[in-house]
Write a new protein. Structure first.
Length: 323
């Protein structure tokens, strides 16, 4: 028998039943069901539980009572529920293949209710759904609940340009950057540095730093320990070991100043205890200073340090600029 056409009259149905009165269409020998172009296939499911469209158990399931669709599951829990247990397989990929410069878009998620923190626009979980990793809430907040926000490319960061909405927000200065591309904190070890001699720091010398963008904030403690080679008494005393080298071109009248420190505590100095410090360009050391009787900033020298059993100490804090 060749092709056969069965065409019911208008308003009538084509009904196929087996002897148990259940509807049945059986395609054998690898056949297909074809839909003529210009027509459509409309499948109406019942609204009772179990009135489902089912393809190969769980390849594709549409529930007639709930309206839920499952791919990889016979019991979908959501409007679209996609599951897989295949190793190293992505659950889904959305790809726009047009690339001719006319524009293209990715995934659009839209919820009707506005500014409700209890709603979720996007939710990513792990640990079998027990731990929230990342969420976009209905009020626009982005929450990273378990893990870090990792900036994977140097020079990239958080762009604050959108919050400068008025002249008062922006201030009166000249803006040179609005991307926060770096944050780091840690420890550093301050050491004495002096020309013509070797001076060792005492016990407990330590420092901490916090780097935000191109600004480094420091705090440290250092004391005199011993000398293995005595310098000249007039040699200027410096604290070396800063965690980062200062910028090559700083500020000030000649552009040679990259940062400054203030002393929070100084103890047991012979004279002219340090009150502040200067960080020059392209430097990783601090030049300690005090104010002379005439009000000038003068470098602290080795003679100003008390070299005996009651060791000179200083605690300082400040900040400087890096590239």
């Amino acid at each position: 028998m060749g092709d056969a056409t069965v065409k019911p009259s208008s308003g009538d149905d084509l009904v196929l039943e087996n002897t148990s009165t259940s509807a049945k269409i059986e395609i054998n020998d690898g056949g297909v069901i074809g839909i003529t172009p210009g027509t459509s296939l409309n499948i109406t499911l019942g609204s009772d539980g179990g009135d489902d469209l089912n393809v190969d158990t769980d390849k594709l399931v549409v529930e007639g009572d709930t309206g839920r669709t499952g791919i990889g599951t016979a019991s979908p829990s959501y409007r679209l529920d996609v599951e897989t247990d295949i190793d190293n397989e992505w659950i889904s990929t959305f790809r726009h293949t047009k690339d001719d410069g006319s524009g293209c878009h990715g995934l659009n998620v839209d919820i009707a209710e506005d500014n409700n923190a209890s709603n979720y626009i996007f939710l990513a979980r792990h640990n079998n759904g027990n731990t929230t990793a990342f969420a976009i809430k209905g009020n626009g907040n982005v929450e990273v609940s378990n893990g870090d926000l990792v900036i994977g490319t140097a020079g990239k960061g958080i762009d604050f340009s959108g919050v400068q909405t008025s002249a008062s927000d922006a201030g009166t200065g000249t803006t040179t950057g609005e991307v926060l591309d770096s944050f780091e904190e840690g420890s550093w070890t301050p050491t004495w540095q002096i020309s013509g001699g070797v001076v060792t720091a005492g016990a407990g010398n330590s420092g901490y730093y916090q780097k935000i963008g191109a600004r480094v904030y420091i705090v440290a403690f250092i004391s005199f320990g011993s000398e293995s080679s005595a310098p000249a008494g007039s040699a200027v005393l410096q604290v070396a070991g800063l965690p980062f080298t200062s910028v090559a071109s700083g500020f000030g009248a000649s552009g040679t100043q990259a940062g400054a420190v203030s002393t929070a505590c100084n103890y047991l100095w012979a004279s002219n205890a340090p009150r502040m410090g200067r960080i020059a360009n392209s430097a990783d050391e601090i030049s300690l200073q005090y104010f002379s009787a005439s009000g000038n900033a003068v470098g602290v020298t080795y003679d100003d340090m008390s070299q005996n059993n009651t060791f000179s100490q200083v605690v300082f804090f400040g900040h400087y600029i890096i590239s």
